[in-house]
Design a protein around this ligand. Structure first.
Ligand code: ADP
Ligand code: MG
Ligand code: MG
Length: 889
């Protein structure tokens, strides 16, 4: 019923049905609020219905509590989706010059009554009548000063009466009339104020951030006031049925004796741990524990509640399924299975891949993380601490000096890659979740906060200015949390991820506690770590038991392959070979491109063959017994040559840097020759293979020789060759013929037969539409969804982010970037290709490589399309395993 009653109203109704002690009251539905917001006035029947409910309420209160209890109510907001503290609540509605006297009489505590009345006048003035807070604050200061009191908490009853009058004068002066004395009239105004608070600034901002629909509206809960500030046997608190940070069982929470809820929020006094209530009021504590157990059994999940104890009587004011951290998500789900409350399938439904991703990286120690200096987009999870550098080249130098650096840029570009690799974290001031920095960081498993636009970055001046004016320079420390988007000045201590450690060393050794540390803390930490490690392992086991999709990794180096395997990768779905042509190998590639004679070309190719063979050996060895799909060279040639502008300048200014003039001229000519207006749609992929003689054959030879060598050693290498950017079957056929010839030559030369299927990428609409033809030649399909998205939409992924994507998201042309979650049209090209391919070649193996392979929403689609596997960056492998399991249950 939450959509009609709001979350709070539904919780109150549910607790009432369970016969838990809830103060009597009634709920005005979200429907009434929506009508009010639409027409600008309350619906016609509302007043009558409220009167009817109020009469019923009055009868009930008098029956339960006797006729002398004043009818004071809390008028509380509560939307379908919890928006804690974002809308208004008016307490003590019903108070007036008469009622305050009855309240004093009923409670036998005059000070309490005037305290309540003064609070009421002020909050009604501020919240309902929208008078400026400052006027009340000034009145309060005047009264306190007159009585020589530092703050209003020390005022006695008579003085609080004066304070109430001072507040009333503010209301009178500002509105020309006082607060209406009629409780029913007060109620109407308070209800309207709560309706209006749906469109308050705070609420709107919160909805934008949390993506909550604008047209839900709020319900209004009218609820008898109970008082936590009546004496030492009263108090108020919040409780969780389990620890919301770690998930550990047992009640957790805070309690404040002799107080009302707003005192907790205001932070005027320090709360005590909930366990303290056990000492103060064992009976209420026992009842609370019983209620928490009942709620957990009822909701079959961890709950949080607000409660008040009024003179030894416990009242439940609110409950809902509790918010929790990533660690608690898995721990609680796993424990609830052990307790027989939920099934493993349900548990699998509860822990998302995004939450798992957060547990794979170090996090900040709990102390010291209270005030982030700024917040950006949480682009790639994990916490990082390092020294600021503003430039990629410097990042590399510092890294070589053994320092931890955080690269801070307005945004990153492909040429920043070495600097990004050298950094422990990335921080950009513009761009969103699919900006270059974000995509690359996720791929590399580097924590990243991007689009932190509250930061003022002056790259030239080398200064990063925080919103509070702090100026950070090159070498200063910064800490960032890519799971939350938080940025902090200085160094915050990091706690390593026990889950990640578990992947490295699957059988954890019993922890040896460092002698200098408090034995108990170490023990607690160890227990906590063990619990989360076990919970994550179980979640992955359940997922692995269900999933239809296999999960491979995109890995380009032996190191990445080793890592991917530890994280559970069942092979490599994409091994990009361009990395083998960069760095210290670039001069060889340059020589190949510049070669003027077959002999020159032959020498360059021979050199390339050797280095590639070594790379392939390492990768195949790490993935022994599992498939390794190697993509033949894909990027346009100019990416292996110096930048045209830079080179032209050097040429014009005679800056030869030790090279001879003739050579520079040749390079420049080659760069001009290979320069393209639109390289994304230019000479790349299979087109390279068909125009640069010997290039692909060379790659195939290196792979085949590496595999043959390993096989001779008794290993089980499983290489596969993947041809990129194919649009027509004849392109594939030509490359395949060449590859098969090389494979045969290697077989003959080495005497070892290596099976090496040749397949194709599907990353052009034309390929998808002619998939039947392609499947006649291709042993497998791998959907390159990044390029397929680019070519379907005609977007350049590297350029759209900063230009028109924000507007597209704003106009809701799409809700998320199509580079993050598979676009429906791209999806239908995939289904078309699958149908064509499978018809032509039954049993055709199909997979996805590309960012989408690690995206939960897309994984669901790939599962439904019955692909054989997804392939994603090594760090996303556990996430993909989990999500592939979740897609099935
Ligand atoms: P929010 O959704 O912002 O938490 P609530 O409606 O829960 O707003 O009200 C805020 C606070 O008002 C509560 O935490 C509690 O301290 C107090 N409150 C709400 N209802 C009552 C009540 N019936 N009696 C006493 N205090 C109440
Ligand atoms: Mg509340
Ligand atoms: Mg591609």
């Amino acid at each position: 019923m939450a959509n009609l009653l709001g979350g709070k109203g539904a919780g109150l109704a549910e607790m009432t049905r369970m016969e838990l002690p809830v103060p009597p009251g009634f709920t005005i539905t979200t429907e009434a609020c929506r009508a009010y917001l639409e027409h600008g006035r309350e619906p016609d029947r509302l007043a009558d219905e409220i009167t009817r409910e109020w009469d019923r309420f009055e009868t009930e209160v008098h029956k339960r509590f006797g006729a002398d209890r004043p009818l004071l109510v809390a008028v509380r907001s509560g939307a379908e989706i919890s928006m804690p503290g974002m809308m208004d609540t008016v307490l003590n509605v019903g108070l007036g010059d008469e009622a305050v006297l009855r309240l004093a009489e009923w409670s036998g505590d005059e000070r309490f009554a005037w305290d309540a009345y003064s609070r009421f006048v002020r909050s009604f003035g501020e919240t309902v009548l929208r008078l400026p807070e400052q006027l009340f604050q000034e009145a309060e200061t005047r009264v306190c000063d007159a009585f020589g009191a530092g703050r209003k908490n020390v005022l006695d009853a008579a003085q609080l009466k004066v304070l109430t009058s001072a507040y009333q004068e503010v209301v009178n002066a500002e509105t020309g009339e006082g607060i209406p004395g009629d409780p029913r009239r007060q109620l109407d105004l308070a209800v309207r104020a709560v309706f209006d608070s749906w469109n308050g600034e705070r609420a709107r901002a919160y909805r934008r951030r949390e993506d909550i629909s604008e047209d839900l509206g709020t319900a209004v809960n009218v609820c008898l006031m109970v008082f936590g500030n009546l004496g030492p046997d009263s108090g108020t608190g919040v409780a969780f049925t389990r620890d919301p940070a770690t998930g550990a069982p047992g009640a957790y929470g805070d309690y404040l004796q002799r107080a009302v809820g707003e005192d907790i929020v205001a932070g005027i006094r320090n709360t005590v741990p909930l366990a303290e209530l056990e000492r103060l009021d064992p009976a209420s504590y026992a009842r609370l524990r019983a209620n928490l157990r009942a709620l957990e059994a009822h909701y079959r999940d961890m709950c949080d509640i607000e409660f008040t104890v009024e003179r030894g009587t416990l009242w439940m004011l609110q409950t809902r399924i509790g918010e929790r951290g990533a660690e608690a998500t898995f721990r609680i789900a796993s424990d609830l299975v052990d307790e027989g409350v939920i099934t493993p399938d349900e548990a699998l439904g509860r822990g998302t891949g995004e939450r798992l991703a957060r547990l794979l990286f170090p996090r900040f120690a709990e102390s010291g993380t209270d005030r982030p200096a700024a917040r950006g987009v949480a682009a790639s999870p994990g916490a990082a601490v390092g020294q600021i550098v503003f430039d990629s080249r410097k990042a590399v130098e510092r890294r070589e000096d053994g320092r931890h650096v955080v690269l801070v840029r307005p945004q990153t570009r492909p040429e920043d890659l070495p600097g990004m690799l050298a950094s422990v974290g990335l921080l950009t001031t513009s761009g969103g979740k699919t900006s270059h920095a974000a995509v690359v960081a996720r791929g590399l498993g580097i924590p990243c906060v991007c689009g932190a636009d509250q930061l003022d970055l002056d790259v030239e001046g080398g200064v990063l200015t925080l919103p509070d004016g702090t100026r950070l320079r090159d070498g200063d420390f910064v800490s960032l949390d890519g799971s939350t988007g938080d940025v902090y000045a200085g160094r915050i201590p990091l706690v390593p991820s026990p889950v990640a450690r578990d992947f490295v060393a699957p059988a954890p050794e019993s922890g040896q506690s460092p002698a200098q540390q408090d034995a108990e803390t170490v023990h607690d930490e160890a227990v906590r770590d063990e619990a989360v490690v076990r919970a994550v392992r179980r979640a992955l086991d359940w997922a692995d038991g269900h999933r239809r999709l296999r999960v491979r990794a995109n890995a380009d180096t032996p190191d990445e392959a080793v890592q991917a395997r530890r994280l559970g990768a069942e092979g490599i779905g994409l091994c990009r070979t361009e990395h083998m042509f960069l760095g210290d190998r670039q001069p060889i590639v340059e020589r190949l491109i510049l070669a003027e004679t077959p002999a020159e070309r032959g020498t360059a190719l021979a050199e390339l063959l050797t280095v590639q063979r070594e790379d392939f050996r390492g990768i195949l060895r790490a993935m022994d017994g599992l498939p390794v799909v190697v993509r033949l060279l894909d990027p346009p040639l100019h990416e292996f040559l110096p930048d045209l502008t830079e080179l032209s300048v050097r040429h014009a200014t005679g800056d030869y840097r030790g090279e001879d003039r003739h050579h520079l001229q040749r390079v420049l000519d080659a760069v001009r020759r290979t320069h393209e207006q639109n390289p994304m749609l230019g000479l790349r992929g299979v087109r390279l293979g068909l125009t640069v003689p010997g290039l692909y054959a060379n790659q195939v030879r290196a792979l085949a020789e590496a595999a043959a060598g390993l096989k001779a050693e008794g290993l089980d290498p499983r290489p596969e060759i993947m041809v990129p950017l194919v649009g027509d079957v004849s392109e594939l056929r030509l490359v395949k013929q060449e590859a098969e010839q090389v494979l045969a030559e290697v077989r003959l030369a080495t005497g070892t037969a290596v099976d090496c299927p040749v397949g194709t990428m599907i990353e052009l609409p034309r390929a998808a539409l002619t998939a039947g033809d392609l499947a006649a030649e291709a042993a497998f399909f791998s959907f390159g969804t990044n390029d397929l998205t680019q070519t379907t939409w005609g977007f350049s992924r590297d350029d759209v982010e900063g230009s028109f994507f924000p507007a597209y998201l704003e106009h809701k042309i799409f809700a998320v970037s199509p580079f993050q979650t598979i676009d429906p049209a791209v999806g239908s090209l995939i289904t078309t290709a699958l149908a064509g391919g499978r018809a032509a070649r039954p049993g055709l193996e199909t997979g996805v490589c590309g960012e989408h392979g690690g995206d939960p929403e897309s994984i669901r689609f790939f599962d439904r399309a019955r692909l054989d596997y997804v392939s994603c960056s090594p760090f996303r492998v556990p996430v993909a395993r989990l999500e592939a399991g979740r897609a099935v249950v």
